[in-house]
Design a protein around this ligand. Structure first.
Ligand code: AMP
Length: 613
């Protein structure tokens, strides 16, 4: 008999009431120890807020509006009562807990195994009409507390302050393993349940690399000037030279960096730097060449979504490679004649498309500009220094570049074999040079801009690849007006030409686990984008107040502005002056939007700080 869902929900409730990480970890550890191997495997997955593993391509596809409908049906609450409960509780799961109190008591019958099956069933059902009866059936059998956490799990946000890293630690503690071993096994296999079972069986060291699930992306810290770039880079190199271990937890490492930094001159630091252009496209991780699955190629975005469908020519181009590899790089729109990247706006038309016409492929050719190699043959290269990864990448590109020219539309080889438009390498090696002086950095920045790129990247040649970490080992230098990546929390009907569409967006930055509104913008997007967003927001409305509606925080925007000022107009305590939307960032997950801290930082560094309002 599988473990009761009610006990799992009680654990979640306990977890949500404490902020102490160690307490959370010990609650999870004790719980896991009370379970069988199968249930522990299910529980670790659900606790980390995922209905399915990373290697499983299934998705639930149940939006807030479908879940609301089901909750309203089962509780008998009308729209007004639903909105009121939502407002009182802040999310639909908690609102359902409230509303389900008035239902007749149901016996506690559901188990973790039942949930696993129900989720598979819901994922397999087609469209809202297929999914709704299954959701009704599941939630009808749930106690209010079970419903609360089932809904949170299905909406992808448990709100119990438990990140996957904490679940990984708890697995290690429960089964006497090292956290690093658990982390590594998850990175290799992409499966929390499998790794839980391995930890229980004591076989973590047998975990093997599996391609076709995204590894975390290493991120860069922003710098605004050449001087700042050099200063921060010197800090990084001084710490590296002092041997502060990358394996230490982040807080310890930061403290040690300052204590032990070895004297380093800026010139010494500069010579440790590799300089690359910063391309303005979409970051992607390309997996190919697995002999177990010949011809399979996958492209993952920073959200860990498989975006291969939107770039079929890249999938085709890498099908012929038979050396297993994971490349890190940027998909950019490309002018094959002069070998240059086209502006991001050209690529934009290709994003998020499920079907790409031949005409579109010709109008906007794309390439994969590779700047790192994370896995080759049977070896994960993350812990090799960048300089070694770079040499391996150069060799890989040299041997396979030509193969990626054979980009012929599947099934139509005879028709297009002579199509010269489609005939150029799709794998491009990002040029990199070793930096020698500050003047060179200045020049490189100007030249990169002249080539149509966004700026330059400075990378420490001895640094390892740290998935998911934004450190100083990679710096990005792009001089421009300040921008923030924000998430839309509210939408409003526009005026004049935009009277029938949701064109004015209120948006927020992150403050710990919360979102805090910081501004509102209505300019910058095309009519087609606004039409798409209108349909999307109608589907993902939380509360409808007529003209204005709150929406699920799912759409990330990059906004530019002239100034930032203190203001009580929004709950962040800041407001933006002249905000305009630069683009929809479908490549950026909501968890990576900018923080209130970053807004504060921009506020403090403004040379022309505006009068507070
Ligand atoms: P941002 O999106 O502003 O946080 O800047 C970081 C992004 O720059 C990465 O996620 C990549 O998409 C992009 N990028 C462009 N060129 C490079 C490069 N040569 N190395 C690393 N990242 C790059």
């Amino acid at each position: 008999m599988s473990a009761p869902l009610q006990r799992f929900a009680e654990l979640c409730e306990q977890l949500s009431t404490t902020n102490k990480k160690l307490e959370k970890r010990s609650l999870i550890t004790d719980y896991l120890k009370s379970l069988t191997s199968e249930d522990a495997s299910r529980a670790t997955l659900f606790l980390s807020g995922q209905p399915f593993t990373e290697i499983d391509s299934r998705t639930l596809n149940v939006g807030g509006s479908l879940l609301s409908k089901v909750v309203s049906h089962l509780s008998g609450a009308d729209q007004t009562a639903m909105y009121a409960a939502y407002r009182r509780n802040g999310d639909l799961g908690a609102a359902a807990f409230d509303l389900f109190q008035s239902r007749q008591k149901v016996p506690q019958v559901l188990t973790l195994k039942d949930i696993e099956r129900a989720l598979e069933d819901i994922a397999a059902a087609k469209g809202p009409t297929g999914k709704q009866p299954r959701l009704l059936d599941l939630l009808e059998k749930s106690t209010p507390l079970e419903a609360k956490y089932l809904i949170k799990l299905m909406s992808g946000d448990m709100r119990i302050g438990v990140k996957q890293s904490l679940v990984e630690e708890a697995i290690a503690f429960a089964y006497s393993a090292q956290p690093a071993e658990v982390r590594r096994a998850i990175m290799l296999t992409g499966s929390l349940p499998e790794v839980t079972a391995m930890a229980i069986a004591g076989t973590l060291n047998e975990a093997h690399m599996r391609l076709f699930h995204a590894l975390g992306f290493m991120l860069a810290s922003p710098v605004a000037t050449v001087e700042e770039a050099i200063e921060r880079f010197t800090e990084e190199i001084a710490a590296e030279r002092s041997g502060v271990s990358e394996a230490l937890p982040e807080e310890e490492r930061l403290a040690k960096r300052v204590e032990t930094a070895v004297d380093t001159t800026p010139l010494q630091a500069i010579r440790e730097a590799q300089l690359e252009d910063k391309y303005d496209g979409v970051r992607a991780q390309l997996h190919c060449g697995d002999p177990r699955e010949p011809g399979r190629v996958a492209l993952f975005s920073r959200n860990r979504e498989d975006i291969g469908e939107s770039f079929p020519e890249l999938i085709e181009a890498f099908e012929h490679i038979s050396e297993p590899a994971i490349l890190d790089g940027e998909i950019v729109a490309w002018n094959p004649t002069d070998q240059r990247a086209l502006p991001f706006t050209s690529l934009q038309q290709r994003l998020g498309r499920k079907r790409v016409s031949r005409e579109m492929r010709e109008r906007t050719p794309v390439v994969f500009v590779a700047f790192d190699l994370l896995y080759l043959k049977e070896e994960l290269l993350l812990e090799r220094p960048l300089s070694e990864r770079r040499s391996a990448l150069e060799q890989f590109t040299e041997s396979h570049e030509t193969a990626t020219m054979n980009c012929v539309q599947r099934g139509q080889a005879d028709l297009f074999v002579d199509d010269t438009n489609d005939h150029f390498p799709r794998l491009i090696l990002a040029p990199a040079v070793q930096l020698r002086s500050a003047e060179q950095l200045n020049r490189a920045y100007t030249e990169a801009r002249a080539r149509g790129n966004e700026g330059v990247m400075l990378k420490a040649r001895l640094s390892i690849y740290q998935p998911g970490r934004r450190g100083l080992a990679w710096l990005k230098l792009k001089r421009e007006l300040a921008t923030l990546d924000v998430v839309v929390t509210g939408a409003e009907y526009g005026h004049g030409r935009r009277v029938g569409v949701l064109s004015d967006y209120t948006f927020a930055v992150r403050d710990g686990d919360e979102l805090k509104n910081i501004g509102k913008a209505y300019s910058g997007l095309t009519d087609a984008e606004i039409d798409e967003l209108t349909a999307f927001f109608k589907e993902h409305t939380l509360e409808d107040f007529g003209g204005f509606r709150t929406v699920e925080p799912l759409i990330v925007l990059e906004v530019a502005f002239n100034n930032i000022m203190r203001s009580d107009r929004h709950d962040s305590g800041f407001a933006l002056r002249f905000p305009r939307i630069l683009r929809i960032r479908i490549d950026k997950p909501v968890s990576e939007i900018d923080t209130l801290e970053r807004a504060e930082e921009i506020y403090n560094t403004q040379p022309d700080k505006p009068q507070d309002s």
